[in-house]
Design a protein around this ligand. Structure first.
Ligand SMILES: Cc1ncc(COP(=O)(O)O)c(C=O)c1O
Length: 378
């Protein structure tokens, strides 16, 4: 079976670098190399200045793996560094799932979380989050979707595209459900550390159970998408072994400069995360005001975490894609239609992580006033 085109990535390939304002992105505005280097401690500065550009250790730079493990009291051996979260998802799904198996995936979802399993020949059950329910996951729905041949339950909290967060008790319930059935809980945690209320931060699933795997990345909260550094962490040694064997056929090892820069950033994470949260908060407040002003036309469930939200137009029949095309043409502002997540109805993803967010929101406001509030006068 073949992989279907990745709708969101193809859309970004068309628009991401040609629009004036990318108000659809899920990452936080990338740090400049000079900004990151200024945060280096003595050890990482020395690693950087004497860096050689040969192959690196396949599982990742040991110091980097240790730093990742220390985020959650895991062991250095629990961590395999990958080329972004994307490679981690791809390898982990291939390590877990065979044709005829079954996967349960929370949906709407970043496409690879269900598409990779489907392409392998697994049946996939989607457990839906709904706007009307505040995008909250119903753990009982996950349980009833499980089958004897279920190999993996894939979740993603903080959630893309809705910004929903899972209460800790429900994460623990999912871990227990999966452990009891010998199912791997694959927890995509790429938006972790961007909780709008710090009390909402969850432990890494990998630290909670022997059959749980956490996927993390430098791209989102840490504002370093260009490094292409992500990871899988799990105490399941057999799973790690299969992932490592597959990685020999994709990237073999990570880029040496990226590994050192990722280590530098994780050690300076207090500063970097503070910057990320400040950017997201400012955009979130401004967008909340915009939704308030245009409440006749738009509504949202304010996100609890992450750098995106998933509002919708109130008119269920609205031509969402036509409106977004017109927004791109008139204001140079990019939004992401919810259809790219397979989401029915006029939802769109808005990114709150960019430093031009306030200017972009001004343009969006202008467009909404003209094209939604006063379409005849536009
Ligand atoms: C939920 C989720 N998982 C994984 C990824 C992939 O992350 P990366 O592009 O850094 O590999 C993304 C990117 O948007 C995402 O939103």
């Amino acid at each position: 079976m073949r992989l279907q085109p990745f709708g969101l990535e193809r859309y970004f390939a068309r628009h991401e670098f040609s629009v004036r304002h990318n108000l659809a992105a899920s990452d936080v505005q990338g740090l400049a190399l000079t900004e990151l280097l200024a945060l280096a401690d003595e050890e990482t500065a020395a690693l950087w200045s004497r860096l050689t550009l040969g192959y690196t250790e396949s599982a990742g730079l040991p110091l980097l793996r240790q730093e990742i493990a220390d985020l959650d009291d895991l062991d250095v051996d629990d961590v395999i560094v990958c080329a972004g979260a994307e490679e981690a998802i791809f390898l982990t799904m291939h390590a877990l799932v065979e044709p005829g198996d079954h996967a349960v995936v929370v949906w709407p979802a970043y496409q690879s979380l269900h598409e990779v399993a489907r392409s392998i020949g697994a049946a996939v059950s989607l457990v839906e989050l709904r706007h009307e329910e505040g995008w909250q996951l119903d753990v009982a729905e996950v349980q009833s979707a499980m089958r004897p041949e279920t190999r993996v339950v894939a979740i993603n909290f903080p959630h893309n595209p809705t910004g929903a967060q899972l209460p800790q008790a429900e994460l623990l319930a999912l871990v227990a459900l999966c452990e009891a059935r010998g199912i791997t809980l694959l927890s995509d945690e790429v938006y972790r550390f961007l909780e709008h209320d710090p009390r909402d931060m969850l432990p890494a699933a990998a630290s909670l159970g022997e059959r749980s795997a956490s996927i993390g990345v430098m791209s989102k909260s840490f504002a370093l998408a260009g490094l292409r550094i992500g990871w899988i962490a799990t105490r399941d040694a057999a799973l790690r072994e299969r992932v490592a064997a597959l990685k020999d056929y994709t990237t073999i090892c990570s880029a040496a400069p990226s590994e050192v820069l990722a280590l530098m950033a994780l050690r300076a994470r207090a500063t970097i995360l503070e910057r990320s949260r400040t950017i997201v908060q400012a955009n979130m407040v401004k967008f909340g005001e915009l939704v308030g002003r245009h409440a006749d036309h738009m509504e949202w469930v304010p996100p609890r975490a992450g750098a995106v939200a998933f509002p919708r137009l109130r008119d269920a029949e609205a031509d969402l894609e036509g409106w977004i095309d017109q927004l791109i043409a008139s204001e140079g502002v990019l939004l992401l239609p919810g259809t790219l997540f397979g989401s029915p109805g006029p939802h769109f993803r808005i990114g709150l992580g960019r430093t031009d967010g306030l200017a972009a929101l001004e343009c969006l406001d202008k467009n909404v006033r003209h094209s939604l509030c006063d379409p005849m006068g536009a």
